[in-house]
Design a protein around this ligand. Structure first.
Ligand SMILES: Nc1ncnc2c1ncn2[C@@H]1O[C@H](COP(=O)(O)OP(=O)(O)OP(=O)(O)O)[C@@H](O)[C@H]1O
Ligand SMILES: Cc1cn([C@H]2C[C@H](O)[C@@H](COP(=O)(O)O)O2)c(=O)[nH]c1=O
Length: 193
């Protein structure tokens, strides 16, 4: 069972994954970009926002995804895997970056994932006020420095994309308190965890 936690920067994905993994140490917890040795090198390049070409950026995220699928997801399909980000970030950020076609992005991601999209997606939805509060107290990476309007545009693309794809999903109000969100997620994953 492959479960994806998705949402824009600082929406609270890692906080919730940590709470679940404390209670369920048997779960495989992973992340993109950077869940493999190659991915760690790719992450360094990607988060510095140093590539001039948005196509090159997209392809490097996809290379990370393909390696992550082969090395982490595929060998653990009999277990519960929770990934902090994955293909939905791949589509949402790419659409916000400009001139990419949704269907083409879905095909590229299907290729990277060997046809295996996640079984469930938990998408955190935040707002400008919360985003301002949380980003103002952290050191921002190159992608976060593109600005809060950009991140909210990514969020809209992620929401529209998951609705179009029809993959089972839960929308989480990221502005609620940590314990309330944890309850919503564990209720949704009751038959999975
Ligand atoms: N529900 C919440 N209420 C208040 N603060 C929260 C909540 N969830 C997370 N936070 C705080 O917001 C910050 C960002 O949370 P977290 O690192 O979990 O987000 P993230 O989605 O994993 O971010 P990123 O994608 O940027 O790594 C942290 O300081 C965390 O303690
Ligand atoms: C998988 C993926 C990620 N991104 C962006 C989203 C974030 O800004 C960073 C990852 O940072 P985090 O601390 O691990 O959340 O990368 C993207 O643009 N495209 C993708 O496919």
């Amino acid at each position: 069972m492959y479960v994806l936690f998705e949402g824009i920067d600082t929406c609270g994905k890692s906080t919730q994954i940590e709470l679940i993994s404390q209670k369920h140490p048997e779960i495989i917890v992973t992340h993109e970009p950077g869940g493999t040795a190659f991915g760690q090198k790719a992450r360094e390049i990607l988060l510095s926002d140093s590539l001039a070409s948005k196509r090159a950026e997209l392809l490097l995220f996809l290379a990370d995804r393909a390696e992550h699928y082969q090395e982490v997801i595929s060998p653990n399909q009999d277990k519960v895997i929770i990934s902090d980000r994955g293909f939905l970030s791949g589509i949402g950020y790419a659409l916000a970056n400009g001139d990419f076609d949704f269907d083409e992005l879905v095909s590229l991601n299907r290729f990277a994932l060997e046809g295996h999209f996640p079984d469930k997606v938990i998408l955190f939805l935040t707002d400008m006020k919360t985003l301002e509060e949380r980003t103002s107290v952290k050191c921002l990476d190159g992608i976060e420095l593109r600005g809060l309007e950009y991140l909210l545009k990514v969020q809209e693309h992620m929401k529209e994309s998951i609705l179009k794809l029809g993959i089972p999903h839960l929308f989480v109000d990221a502005t609620e308190d940590i314990e309330t969100i944890h309850t919503h997620i564990t209720d949704y994953l009751r038959n999975t965890l």
